[in-house]
Write a protein that binds this ligand. Sequence first.
Ligand code: ME8
Length: 748
Amino acid sequence: MADSDSNSSSRSSSSSGRFYLTTPIYYVNARPHLGHAYSTIVCDAIARRQRALGVDTWFLTGTDEHGQKIERSARLAGRTPMEFATAIAGEFRGLWDLLGLTYDDFIRTTEERHKRGVQKLFATLRDKGFIYKGSYTGQYCVSDEAWIEGPPGAPCPDCGRITETVSEENYFFKLSAFERKLLEFYEANPGFMGPESTRREVISFVRSGLKDLSVSRTSFSWGIPVPGDEKHVVYVWLDALANYITALGYGSDDVRDQEKFAKFWPADMHLIGKEISRFHCVYWPAFLMAAGIAPPRSVRANGWLLFDQGKMSKSRGNIVRAETVHTVLGSDALRYFLLREIPFGQDGAFSFDALVQRYNSDLANGYGNLVSRVGNMVYKYFGGDVPHFGAPTGAEAALRLSAERTIAAFGAAFDELNFSDALRRLWLLVGETDGYLTANAPWKKPADRPAAAHLHLQARVLATAAEAIRIITALAYPVLPDATAKVWRQLGQGEIGDAARQAFLQNLAWGGLKAGTRFEMPAPLFPRAERDAIQRMQNLEDENNRTVIEAAQGETMAPGPATAAPSVAPSAAAGTDDAHSSDTLTPSTTAPHDPSMPVETAPVHAVPAVQASSRLSSTPIAAPPASGQAQQGSEAPQTALPITIDDFAKIDLRVAQILVAERVPKADKLLRLEIDLGYEKRQILAGIAQQYEPEKLIGRKIVVVANLAPRKMRGLESNGMLLAASLPDGAPVLAGFLEDVPLGARLK
Ligand code: ME8
C-alpha cells in the first residue's frame, strides 16, 4: 500500500498482553451502510486475531447520539431525540449482530455512565484551568458538528454544505496551549497516527496554529449539561470522543470500573475514517493531556469506500446496505472483499460486479473448491480418516516451507494492517496447494503404478494438502469466521471459537493434523455466484429504496408515537422522475432488531403531506398525473382530503430567502437552492427550472414547508419544499409576499 511505511510503527499486535480497540461511534441520524460496516468489520477482524493470539482484547463500538444534527433529524421525523436515537442505535447494533461482529461493549452517548464520565472530564478540564467562558461568533457546520473558519454563508471545507452563523456564549478549551506539546508528542511517537497522508495532514494543521476551541453550546439543548452551568450543553465532539474512556468506566466510583480503566487505557488503537482524523489526533490527545490522562497509543484511519464515484454516504444518497450483501453472498464474502480488495488506508471502490468476481475467484473457485476437493477425496479413498503416510518427498517439504513462510508473512502483514497483502499471500498458499494436488493427481492412477504405491501417494498427498488447509483455515479465521468454523469442523478439529479462545494462532505450526483424525462430510462452503447474484443485490437495494420512499409517503406506516404525522396524501416526492433515491432514516423492514431495543417499525421519516389538491402545491411537482386526473389549475376543491386544524398545525410553513440557486446536472426540471430560514440555512431542491432562471431567484423570499423529512433527488438532499401555485399547464408560480416579512416567520 502507498502508505505502508507508517504502518510499521503502529502495529496491531500488543506488547502488554492486552489490546483495546475502538471504532468511531456512529451518528444516529441515519441507518448504517457499508461505510460504517467497513470500519467495524476491520476492527472485528483485528479483535478476532488478537484474541486468537492469546491477547486479552476489548473491542468497543457504539453510537453518537447528541448534538444539533440529531436534534434536527429527530424534529424532522416528528420524534423526540431519544426515541429517534434509540431506533437508529438499534439498527446499528442489530446489523453488527447480524454480521456476527464480536464487539465487547456497545456504548450509547445517552447512557448515564457516559454522561457521568463526560461531566467529570469537563469539570476536570475546568478545574485545571483549561476551560474558560467567552462568546463565539462564527461559522458552524451542523452536518460535521464542526467549527469552521470562513465568512457567513461559507461552505464547509469538508462536506461542502453551507455553514451556519452561530453567535453564542460558549466555554472554550485552551487548545492553543497544546500546539507545541502535540508536535512534540507526534515527534516522540511516530506510530501514533497513520497512514502517512493522515500524519502529514494533521501535523500541518497543528503547525498552522491552533486556536482555542469552543466546547459548549447554548442555542439548543440535546446534549450533556455542563456541570454547574446547565444552560450549556457539552460540544458534541468532546462528548463523543470521551466515549473511549467512559465505556471503560472513567468517572465511575465503582472499583471494578476503575480496574477496567486501569487495565485497558490507553487504547491501543482508535480505528476511524480519515475525515475525522483532526478530532482524534489533535483535539482528543489535547483534552486528555489537559486532564492528565495518557493519550491513546495509536489512531489509524481507513480510506473511504466509494460507490458510484463518490464517498459512500447517506447525504450523497449513494449507499449500499451491508444486509444486502449478507443476504445474497453471506457476511464472510463482504469481509473478505473489503479486506482483500482495498489496501487499508486508501480509498476503494465498491461495486457488486467486483464483489462477485472476487467471491468467485478467491472463495468459490479458490479456497472453497480446494477444501471440497480434498475432503471428498479423503472420504472417497480413506473413508473420511486422515491417512498415515511414510516419509515426505521434496514436494511435501516445499509445501511445508511455503506454509511456514506464510504463517510468518501473513501475521506480519496483518498486524501492520496490510490486510490486502496478508490475504494475497495466504491465497498464494491456496494456489500452491491446489497446484500440488494437480501435479500429483491422487485421483489418477497411471497404469504402470502399482496399486500399493498409488495408495501411498494418495495418503501422502491428501494428508499433506489437508494440513495445508488447516494452516490456511486457522490464518483466515479472523477474516472468514463463518466459513472457517465449518472447515475446522470438517477437518475434525472441533469448534474454531474454542480453538481461538485457546489462542490457537499463538503456536500455529505445520504438523497439527494427526493421522487417523476423522473428517466430517464436506458441505458446500461458497457456492459459485451466478450473474444473477448482482441483479439480486441490486433488486434488494432498489426494493429497500422503494420501501423507504413508500414509508415516507405514509403508506407503510405502522402506528407510531403521538407525534408522528398522519399517513395521508402522498408527498410531492411520489413518482417524481428525480426521486430515484432517498435518505434512509427508516428502520429497515429486513434489518434485525436488538432485542433489548424497542421494536421500531414506524418509519423515522414521518412526512406530513401537504400536496392535497389545492392550487398551492409544493414542488418538485414533476409527478405525472394519475390517469383520469389530468393536472389542471381548476381542480375541484372537493378532491382535497379534509384535514383538521390540528393536522394543518403540524405543517411548519416558513418564510425563507434564496441565497444560491443553480441547475442540477442531468435534471432539466430541478434547481438546487440554498435558503436562509433566519434560524438556519438549508438546501432544498425544487422542480422549477423550466420556469425560473436560477440567477434571477437569488434574494427572493419564498414560502417553504420547513418540517418535511429530508429526501434525496439525484443524490442531493432536499430539506423542505417550497410552495408554488400550479397553472393550468402545470407550470409552477412561486408563492410570495407584497409586504416585507422577516425570515423564518411562520405562516398559520
Ligand atoms: O463521524 N468509507 O460518525 P459517522 C469508509 N459520530 N468509512 C466510512 C464511510 C465510507 N464511505 N462512511 C462512514 C461520526 N464510514 C462521529 C464519530 S467518534 C468519537 C465520533 C465510517 O456516523 C468511518 O469510520 O459520520 C467514518 O469515520 C465513520 O463511519 C463516520 O461515521
